[in-house]
Design a protein around this ligand. Structure first.
Ligand code: 0X9
Ligand code: ZN
Length: 443
C-alpha cells in the first residue's frame, strides 16, 4: 500500500528549479506533511482530469495555461501546475505550451487508502448546527440568517455579530463580510470564518472586541458552496471538486463560482467550456450562490470591506484580478496596498495584486470593488503548496491557521469605518500597533 507521502516524493522528482523572483525555492520541496493522510481522494473512473505541470518561465505562459482552461493551483519556479480536462490539456498544447508532466487524478490519488475522518472539519449539517448554537449562546450579539438557497436547495447561512441589531434589520454601522468555500475542496476556508465568529463571541468581554461588536456590523458566510462541499466529501472521501453542482447542458457538472460575478465576466482566465474546473457559467450571476451573495451585498449598503477565503498558497490578493491594470485612483490603491502589507506582516502570507497570480475574470473581489466600492480581499490560506497537503492539509493545521487569521480579521473589522485610515500604518490592530496593550492581548 502506497502512502501519499511516498507518492509525493515520487511525483516531486519532476519539480524544476528555474529562477522565478516570486519564490525562495522552499515551496517546491516535498516536506514531511502533517496533513498527508488527509490528502487521499476518491476519484471516480469517469473523472478524466489530470494534474499537469506546464513549463512556465514567466507570466505569459502561466496566463496561457489559465486561458486554456487549466485551473492553475500552484506556481513553482518555471512551472505552473494544476488540474486539466483532456480538452483543456489539448488546448494548452495547441497554444504552444510545453507539458512537463501529467498524472491522472486516479493515478495520483485514486489508489490511496482513505485517511481517518477529518472530524474537526465541518460538513454542512455540522456547520449549520454550530452556527445555530452560536446564535443561541449569545442572542444579544449573534443572529443567524439564510441569504438564499443553493442550486440543490440548501440554505446559505450567515451569522451576524453586532450589538443592537438582529437578523435582517438594517444598520448604519460600518459593515464587513467574511466569505468561505466558494470552491468546494477548499475546506479550510469554511473553518476560518466559522472559528473567527466563535472567537469573537468567546472573547466578547475583551474591551477591544466589545468595541468592535458595538460599533461594527460583522457577517460571516462560511460556506457559499454547500452543494459542492457535500459532494466533495461524499462517501467519506474527497473528490477534488471545485465548482458548484449545477447541471450543465453538455452533461458536465458545475460552475466556478469565482468566475461567475459580473465584473469583466466572460473575459480572460475564465473558461467557456462547461467541463473545465474554471467554467464561468452561461451568464454573469447565473448561479443561485453568487446571486445570493450579490443580493446580500446589495441589501446592505453599510458593507465597506469583504474578505473571501480560499486555499491554498498563503497569499493576500487585492483587485484587479481581471486585468493587469492597477486601481487607477491613488488613494484607494494605497489603502489596498497598505492593508495587504499589514496583514502580510501578521500572517507571513505574500501580498500582491490578484492578476500578478494570473488574470481571471468574474471573481468576487473585482465585482465587490468595481461594482460596489467595497474593499475586497482574497486570502489563499495554508498550506503553501501541494506538497504540504494542498487542499487537504488535515485537521492538524486548523488551530494554527485560525490563530494566524485572528489579527487580520480584527484589523479589517476596525478599518471598516474608513479603510483609508490604513495608509501610513493606521488602524488599531496594525502590525505597527502591536505594542499596544490591547493588541498584545489579542495575539
Ligand atoms: O482562481 C481562483 O479563483 C483563486 N485561486 S484558487 O486556487 N482558490 O482557485 C484566486 C483568485 C484570484 N483572483 C484573480 N486572479 N482574478
Ligand atoms: Zn478557491
Amino acid at each position: 500500500m502506497k502512502t501519499l507521502a511516498a507518492a509525493l516524493v515520487l511525483f516531486a522528482g519532476s519539480a524544476l528549479a528555474l529562477p522565478d523572483p516570486r519564490f525562495d525555492g522552499k515551496a517546491e520541496k516535498p516536506a514531511p506533511v502533517a496533513g498527508a493522510k488527509a490528502s487521499a481522494a476518491a476519484i471516480s473512473e469517469a473523472d478524466s482530469r489530470v494534474w499537469v505541470e506546464i513549463e512556465a518561465p514567466g507570466r505569459t505562459e502561466r496566463q496561457a495555461a489559465v486561458d486554456a482552461g487549466i485551473s492553475v493551483e500552484e506556481i513553482k519556479p518555471g512551472v505552473a501546475a494544476g488540474f486539466a480536462t483532456p480538452k483543456a490539456l489539448a488546448r494548452a498544447k495547441a497554444a504552444g505550451l510545453k507539458v512537463r508532466a501529467t498524472v491522472s487524478l486516479r493515478q495520483r490519488f485514486g489508489a490511496l487508502d482513505f485517511p481517518e475522518k477529518d472530524a474537526l472539519y465541518h460538513n454542512y449539517k455540522e456547520l449549520e448546527a454550530d452556527m445555530r448554537s452560536l446564535a443561541a449562546r449569545a442572542p444579544d450579539l449573534v443572529s443567524m440568517i439564510s441569504i438564499g438557497k443553493s442550486t440543490l436547495g440548501r440554505d446559505l447561512w450567515a451569522v451576524r455579530l453586532t450589538r443592537g441589531a438582529k437578523g435582517t434589520q438594517p444598520s448604519k454601522k460600518p459593515g464587513i463580510v467574511f466569505l468561505g468555500t466558494h470552491h468546494a475542496r477548499e475546506h479550510l476556508s469554511t473553518e476560518v470564518p466559522l472559528l473567527l465568529a466563535k472567537h469573537l463571541v468567546d472573547n466578547s468581554a475583551d474591551p477591544e472586541i466589545a468595541r468592535l461588536l458595538e460599533t461594527r456590523d460583522v457577517y460571516f458566510i462560511p460556506m457559499v458552496n454547500p452543494d459542492g462541499v457535500e459532494y466533495d466529501i461524499e462517501g467519506g472521501k474527497y473528490h477534488m471538486h471545485r465548482k458548484n453542482m449545477a447541471k450543465n447542458g453538455d452533461g458536465s457538472t458545475g460552475v466556478d463560482l469565482n468566475r461567475n460575478y459580473a465584473w469583466g465576466w466572460g473575459g480572460g482566465g475564465a473558461s467557456p467550456d462547461p467541463g473545465d474546473d474554471t467554467y464561468r457559467g452561461p451568464s454573469a450571476f447565473s448561479e443561485p450562490e453568487s446571486k445570493a451573495v450579490k443580493a446580500f451585498v446589495e441589501a446592505r449598503p453599510n458593507l465597506k470591506v469583504l474578505l473571501s477565503y480560499h486555499t491554498f498558497s498563503e497569499l493576500i490578493l487585492y483587485p484587479w484580478g481581471g486585468s493587469n491594470d492597477q486601481i487607477p485612483d491613488a488613494k484607494p490603491r494605497a489603502a489596498f496596498q497598505a492593508m495587504a502589507g499589514e496583514m502580510a506582516k501578521m500572517t507571513g502570507y505574500t501580498p500582491e495584486q490578484s492578476s500578478d497570480l494570473y488574470i481571471a475574470t468574474g471573481d468576487t473581489c473585482d465585482w465587490a470593488w468595481g461594482a460596489k466600492g467595497i474593499y475586497a480581499f482574497t486570502f489563499e490560506l495554508t498550506p503553501k503548496s501541494m506538497w504540504d497537503g494542498g487542499f487537504y492539509p488535515g485537521a492538524g493545521v486548523v488551530a494554527r491557521v485560525l490563530q494566524a487569521n485572528i489579527r487580520p480579521a480584527l484589523y479589517l473589522i476596525d478599518l471598516a469605518d474608513d479603510p483609508l485610515r490604513s495608509v501610513n500604518g493606521g488602524g488599531a490592530f496594525a502590525a505597527s500597533a502591536a505594542a499596544k496593550s490591547s493588541g498584545e492581548a489579542l495575539k
